[in-house]
Design a protein around this ligand. Structure first.
Ligand SMILES: C[C@H](O)[C@H](O)[C@H]1CNC2=NC(N)=NC(=O)C2=N1
Length: 123
C-alpha cells in the first residue's frame, strides 16, 4: 500500500458528513476511466459494477470482503449478491450524489477483485 492509500484509509469520509458539492456529470465521467468495469447510474447518481463468480459461496465471500473495506473507510456500498454475482454501488448519501471518494472506493473494490488500477490522480 502506498503512503497516499494508507493516509486515505485513516481519513473519515467528508461527503458522509455532508456540506460538500456533489460531482457534476462531466466530472464523474472524467473519473470513470480510472475504475474499469464501473458505470454511472442515476436516481440516485451512483457508480456501480456487477462482478461475476463461479458459485454462490465466492460471491458471498466477495460481498463480505467489500463490506470489510467499507467499514475500514467509513464509506459504505450498497451490495446485492446471489448465485454467481455480486453487485456493488457507491454514492454519497449525505450529498445525494457522487464524490471522488465513491471512485476511490470503486478502485479499492477493483483491487480486491484482483484487478490492477492505474489509481486516481492526486487531489
Ligand atoms: C455517520 C456515518 O459516517 C454516515 O452516515 C456515513 C455512513 N456511510 C456512508 N456511506 C456512503 N456511501 N455514503 C454516506 O453518505 C455515508 N454516510
Amino acid at each position: 500500500m502506498t503512503t497516499q492509500e494508507s493516509d486515505l484509509a485513516a481519513q473519515r469520509c467528508e461527503p458522509c458528513r455532508g456540506g460538500v458539492p456533489a460531482l457534476d456529470r462531466d466530472a464523474a465521467e472524467a473519473l470513470l476511466p480510472r475504475v474499469p468495469g464501473w458505470s454511472l447510474k442515476s436516481s440516485p447518481d451512483r457508480v456501480e459494477r456487477e462482478f461475476r463468480f463461479p458459485d454462490f459461496a465466492q460471491a458471498q465471500s466477495f460481498a463480505v470482503q467489500v463490506g470489510g473495506v467499507c467499514e475500514a473507510e467509513g464509506h459504505h456500498a450498497d451490495l446485492r449478491y446471489g448465485w454467481g454475482y455480486c453487485g456493488v454501488s457507491f454514492w454519497s448519501h449525505k450529498i445525494n450524489g457522487l464524490h471522488e471518494n465513491d471512485f476511490i472506493m470503486a478502485a479499492k473494490v477493483n483491487a480486491l477483485a484482483g484487478e490492477v488500477d492505474a489509481g486516481l490522480p492526486p487531489p
